[in-house]
Design a protein around this ligand. Structure first.
Ligand code: NAD
Length: 425
């Protein structure tokens, strides 16, 4: 039986507004022509796909997905695939634009892209999820290739989904193409260290920022992490292992707070057992909004966009924010935090560990020559610390916050590449 196709309802998402406002703010400090500034403001191409998936009941249901290439001047486009009911074309446009700046900031030879499907992955059976992934991957074949556009995991997707994606592309071309996606399981061409890379990079940036603030004793520093998926749980675990006091963590079900520090491995085990963090006995239940404003020194938003806004920014108690998620802070909140002297390490720097190790994975796949985890982590840290220092220097030069500085550096690199390549034809 075929059910009626209900196109997704337009979702109110501020991410694109945020991305454009950040861009306009940074461009103000650069001497680039209006034409180039305009060119970099637009996505290059956008694909919308509507496709059927057979549910386990036998019903055929329609789903909508997107893939947006923001800019490809510096190389093939790179960016994750998101499965969430909140996905909209505007959200994907914002995330693609941020990928362009992120790759340019850390100097890896990629442009920016992003993709997503409007779906709650938890509402599908494993077979349905596999079919949805394979059909979406097949629909993207006109846009993707190891030399043109290389997807990766993001919110709601994981290494298994990347494996199905890689298999679908490979079956279509007739031979194995590991370099078509990154974030794959290691036994089919994934990289050691990729799974933890984003969280590891967040903590590397946190340590550098704390050093700038003169705080060097982890046991004195209380960390709160919103979101306990790939980014949040790895960041919390690495911080815990380094001796920081992780006082609060949360997921979509709510959070838990313990002023003396949480047993992070026990929270992980509780989540694996029960499917949510709420109710964890080693701490007190809190809401996600409580977490943002809780008593802590470092706040790591690692869930999604629009979490720090003008309503809660005045109540934030942390003196340092390190953005694990993409776009968690509104431009209005940025101004409030800056006025309050709260230091913020922006997403395009703080969570760049993921795309840096994705780049290593792609290089390893293309060369069929694999590195050990120490090598991956060493190179990751080298690139991130260099990018962190360049961002701080730019902030000092222009007397701006770290977000504006990171954007200035990134946009300038892309604009310089446009200038030397020229406009076709
Ligand atoms: P994930 O799906 O693995 O985890 C997301 C987490 O956020 C889960 O714990 C979920 O329960 C929680 N969450 C979802 N909705 C929430 C809500 N409304 N309030 C509070 N918590 C909520 O996703 P991820 O890969 O960890 O991605 C998280 C963020 O990090 C996203 O913004 C993503 O774009 C960004 N990011 C991810 C990577 C990566 O390598 N995975 C790289 C860079 C940036």
């Amino acid at each position: 039986m075929v059910v009626a196709f209900n196109p997704p309802v337009a979702h109110v998402n501020h991410a694109y507004h945020t991305a454009l406002a950040q861009y306009d703010r940074a461009v103000h400090y650069l001497s680039i022509s209006d034409g180039v500034a305009d060119f970099l403001r637009y996505p290059r191409r956008e694909l919308t796909v509507n496709f059927p998936v057979k549910r386990d009941t036998g019903k055929i249901e329609m789903f909508t997905g997107y893939r947006v290439h923001h800019n490809t001047v510096l190389g093939p486009s790179k960016g994750g695939i998101r499965y969430s009911l909140g996905v909209s074309l505007d959200e994907i446009r914002a995330l693609a634009m941020w990928m362009t700046w992120k790759c340019a900031l850390v100097n890896i030879p990629y442009g920016g892209a992003k993709g997503g499907v409007v779906v709650d992955p938890k509402a599908l059976s494993p077979r349905e999820l596999e079919n949805l992934t394979r059909r979406y991957a097949a629909e993207l074949i006109p846009l993707i290739s190891p030399h043109a556009d290389i997807p990766a995991p993001d919110l709601g997707t994981n290494p298994q989904i990347m494996a199905w994606f890689m298999d679908t592309y490979s079956m279509n071309v007739g031979y194995a193409v590991p370099a078509i996606v990154t974030g794959k399981p290691v036994n089919i061409g994934g990289s050691e260290g990729r799974n933890e890379a984003t969280g590891r990079g967040v903590i590397t940036c946190m340590v550098e920022a704390l050093r700038m603030q003169g705080q060097t004793n982890p046991a004195d520093i209380r960390v709160a992490v919103q979101g306990f998926g790939n980014v949040g749980s790895n960041a919390a675990l690495i911080a815990h292992k380094l001796g920081f006091k992780v006082v609060a963590v949360s997921d979509v079900t709510g959070g838990t707070y313990n002023p003396n520090g949480l047993d992070v491995p026990a929270v992980r085990a509780y989540l694996a057992e029960t499917g949510g963090i709420r109710g964890f006995r080693g701490g007190d239940d809190i809401t996600n909004d409580d977490l943002i404003t809780c008593d802590c020194d470092v706040l790591i938003p690692a869930a999604m966009e629009d979490q720090i806004h003008e309503d809660n920014a005045p109540r934030i108690q942390a003196s340092l924010i390190v953005e694990g998620a993409n776009g968690p802070t509104s431009p209005e909140a940025d101004d409030i935090l800056s006025e309050r002297g709260i230091m913020l390490v922006p997403d395009i720097l703080a969570n760049a560990g993921g795309v840096i190790v994705s780049y290593f994975e792609w290089v390893q796949d293309l060369q069929s020559f694999f590195w050990d985890e120490d090598e991956v982590n060493r190179q990751l840290e080298r690139i991130l610390i260099k990018s962190f220092e360049a961002t701080v220097t730019t902030a000092e030069e222009h007397n701006v916050d770290l977000r504006t500085a990171a954007q200035i550096l990134a946009i300038k690199r892309v604009a310089d590449a446009v200038a030397i390549r020229g406009f076709y034809p």
